[in-house]
Write a protein of this length. Structure first.
Lengths: 494, 326
């Protein structure tokens, strides 16, 4: 089946995340989609598979205009999505998973087990998989679960298969097996969309590649017409903001406040070593899942580490809990604001003062509400936080204002090392530049800052040095002068 | 009108803070139960009678106050009634073994504390949901009490020990005074100290609490331990009141205690509630029970009325919380 889109666009609460996408997919083709996190490729495939409905534009299947309003409608039209992490019912059998949602019953609505089991067997054999359809899903490898999800798509007679980063949870061996199946499906006329960050794999499996950037489809090329360097260039081709990295006096010294040596945590990150000066902003670049957040959590004491050493102010330390870390002068602004950053239905002033219990109470533990209010007021003024009063619930504020509250909370604890994990995610452009000013000001005052961000312009315009991570390892440490979006991206990807 | 008012409230957080509070539901229910009890029987409007009716519930009330703290911090302890029975039986056994009153009391309090500590360790270290774990220890502790005492009533205490509910200051029985003082102290602790504030934060979002440096596990461990200790006190008080200790004392009391806490407007999922609400709810239960007794309504029907009240309180509490969130 041939799939075409014309002028597809998507807007989320006023923010345009996808614009004018004209895309085509031929039967018997593997078509790769690439782009940075947030470039719009996931939104696009979610529109094709019915998870989102487009704000504008049309989808054509075999030249016929279709409206894909839900995943079920997509499946009826022959479009199936294979998730990155297989979505299986682990306590049901393989056959039940394959036929989940379309088990035809007999007249009494009894499931025709024999038919389902034998058809599952046929499908599994057709893709060269030797699995008994009667066994329970639990205990199968992720690779096998993924194959079974593909088998499920085949059982629905899908003609278009969308695979969202299918190779990221697989071992190289399993990737080879997956590609065999993909090639088999392709020769049977299946049209396949393949999302991956690994350019080598894309080169190996796909016929054409389409590049997304900032919500636009940049270009579609035959894979043998472009080099990896060209693809990376297309991915990041926007103009870099012209903010300069700010120098400060602390950077001239050799005064390292933090020294991390060979830090490892099995399956999360491996052999992480770096050091950090007072007043330095150290950027952590990499793709989502590269292990940056995990490193930050281990340093902050929220998670453990297996091996390695953390030297803070010339002393070897282990933070056994965030409490110990905070007392030593660490602060961590988490990536997941709602789950780990705020106390939603609680007043702003109680949020802002939650990390400094000793500053707002006396020896007996009695809270001085006047101090709570005045401390909060200082930061409301300093950071321009928009609210009606300090007693307003924090969940009623906008994302940007919530983030300013969280930063205020950590500044109250007077941190020596401040870890910022995606500090400007979900924050509008105006607040973003205010946030950059705050970060630069803190560095100037001598705070050592670890900045984790998936936005390369942000990393480039703030960090003095940049650590690039890929799959749990540091692949490169760059000085700001030598760093470009191109070389960061190439270390982050391959 | 109502809509305008709620918009007005959301623009005035301080006013909303005082008005949109579920314990007002408890206060209204208390007034209703007083009025209807007086309607049922004119003899009811006698303060001394009400005070006397309150003493049997003081043991539950004390525990309800600690349970309020536990529920605010997002956990629950259902083994409370079994801990009353176990500590009472241990107390009776120890005294009958001839080791003297003070030592028996210390052993009873210590065993309650250990029971609570055991709950706390399993909840915080092994990360077992407290609702499941304490259903387990509910059975376990009651079982230990039964193996210790079998079907005997452990009695034979000195006369000075028996009948604490018949000692008064003025017309107020001593247990009621203990309860009131305890409620004021804990209420003050919860509303005005940093530790109280942290209980609300833990119950609202334990993850954020951990990342803010609050010692979530240690605080929860302390609360469960405290719950065990207070159950020990309640066990001794009950033994004094009944003059005997039996393994089946306070059977089913955990639900009545949870009822008090929830009737008082404490949110079962944690993060909200206060001691004032629980204190008012205690008196609702006392007055309803007494009023219904005076009106000669059978025990079975009393349960129906209490149950219905709890449902009403929960619906109103949830409604109010849903309003205060938006």
């Amino acid at each position: 089946m041939q799939l075409k889109t014309h002028n597809i666009g998507k807007t989320f609460s006023g923010v345009n995340v996808l614009r004018n996408v004209d895309f085509d997919l031929k039967p018997g083709e593997v078509h790769a989609l690439v782009g940075e996190n947030g470039a719009g490729k996931s939104t696009f495939v979610k529109i094709l598979s019915g998870v989102y409905t487009p704000t504008e534009g049309n989808i054509y299947l075999d030249e016929k205009n279709v409206e894909i309003t839900s995943p079920i409608v997509a499946q009826r039209n022959g479009v199936s999505l294979i998730h990155q992490e297989p979505q299986s019912f682990s306590h049901l059998s393989v056959a039940e998973n394959i036929f989940m949602g379309h088990m035809d019953g007999n007249n009494l609505s009894r499931v025709k087990w024999q038919e389902i089991n034998s058809r599952s067997n046929e499908i599994l054999e057709s893709i060269g998989l030797k699995i008994d359809p009667k066994i329970i899903m639990d205990g199968l490898s992720i690779a096998d679960q993924q194959m079974i999800e593909i088998a499920g798509a085949l059982s629905k007679n899908s003609k278009v298969l969308i695979m969202d980063e299918p190779t990221s949870p697989l071992t190289p061996n399993e990737v080879g097996k997956l590609f065999e199946i993909v090639n088999k499906l392709k020769s049977n006329g299946m049209a396949i969309i393949f999302i991956s960050h690994r350019l080598e794999e894309i080169r190996q499996i796909s016929d054409r590649v389409t590049i997304f950037r900032d919500g636009d489809l940049i270009t579609t090329k035959n894979i043998n017409e472009v080099t990896n360097e060209q693809i990376i260039k297309f991915m990041i081709g926007r103009n870099i903001d012209d903010t300069e990295v700010k120098d400060n006096e602390f950077l001239k010294t050799e005064d390292y406040i933090l020294n991390v040596k060979n830090l490892s945590l099995s399956k999360k990150f491996d052999d992480i070593s770096f050091n950090l000066k007072k007043g330095e902003i150290l950027g952590f670049a990499g793709l989502v899942g590269a292990g940056r957040t995990e490193v930050a959590k281990s340093i902050f004491g929220a998670e453990k580490f297996d091996k390695g050493q953390i030297i803070f102010k010339d002393k070897s330390i282990i933070n056994n809990s965030p409490n110990e870390a905070i007392n030593r002068g660490f602060a961590y602004v988490p990536e997941d604001r709602k789950q780990m950053g705020i106390f939603g239905p609680v007043a702003v002033e109680d949020n802002v003062t939650s990390a400094v219990p000793k500053d707002i109470s006396n020896n007996l533990g009695l809270i001085n509400t006047k101090i709570v209010t005045s401390m909060t007021k200082d930061y409301i003024k300093k950071f321009n936080i928009v609210l009606t009063s300090g007693r307003q619930l924090i969940e009623e504020l906008s994302g940007g204002n919530q983030q300013k509250c969280i930063i205020s909370k950590w500044l109250l604890s007077r941190p020596k090392v401040l870890i910022l994990d995606e500090p400007t995610r979900g924050v509008d452009v105006g607040v973003k530049s205010e946030m950059y000013e705050i970060i630069n000001q803190l560095a100037k005052e001598g705070t050592a800052i670890i900045l984790i961000s998936s936005e390369l312009p942000e990393i480039l315009s703030l960090s003095h040095r940049i650590i690039v991570m890929r799959e749990g390892k540091i692949t490169k440490i760059l000085n700001n002068e030598e760093a470009t979006q191109e070389n960061i991206m190439s270390y982050a990807i391959n | 009108m109502l809509k305008k008012f709620s918009i007005y409230l959301s623009e005035n957080p301080t006013l909303r803070y005082w008005i949109v509070r579920p314990e007002w539901v408890a206060v209204i229910l208390l007034i209703i139960s007083i009025i209807s009890s007086i309607q049922l029987s004119p003899f009811f409007a006698d303060l001394a009678f009400i005070m006397d009716s309150a003493t049997p519930y003081v043991e539950y009330g004390l525990i309800a106050i600690i349970l309020t703290l536990i529920i605010i911090s997002g956990e629950i302890d259902l083994s409370i009634a079994s801990m009353i029975a176990l500590t009472a039986v241990i107390f009776g056994t120890a005294y009958n073994a001839g080791i003297g009153m003070p030592l028996s009391m210390i052993i009873a309090l210590l065993s309650g504390t250990l029971c609570g500590l055991f709950n706390g360790i399993l909840v915080t270290q092994l990360k077992i949901p407290s609702i499941i774990l304490t259903i387990g220890t509910l059975t376990l502790y009651r079982g230990i009490a039964q193996s210790l005492a079998s079907d005997f009533s452990l009695g034979g205490y000195p006369s000075w020990f028996i009948g604490i509910d018949y000692r008064y200051v003025g017309i107020i029985p001593i247990p009621v005074i203990i309860f009131t003082v305890f409620a004021i102290v804990v209420g003050f602790f919860l509303s005005s100290t940093i530790y109280g504030k942290q209980l609300y934060l833990i119950g609202t979002n334990p993850q954020t609490a951990k990342y803010s440096g609050i010692k979530v596990d240690r605080i929860k461990l302390l609360l469960f331990t405290l719950s065990g200790l207070v159950c020990g006190i309640a066990g001794i008080l009950t033994t004094s009141r009944l003059a005997v200790a039996r393994f089946n004392m306070a059977t089913g009391a955990e639900l009545e205690i949870v009822l008090m806490v929830m009737l008082g407007g404490t949110y079962i999922f944690g993060g909200r509630g206060n001691i004032f609400g629980t204190f008012v709810a205690f008196w609702i239960v006392v007055i309803l029970r007494a009023g219904l007794n005076v009106a000669r309504i059978k025990i079975e029907s009393q349960l129906t009325i209490l149950g219905a009240m709890l449902i009403i309180a929960i619906i109103l509490t949830n409604y109010i919380y849903s309003k205060s969130q938006k």
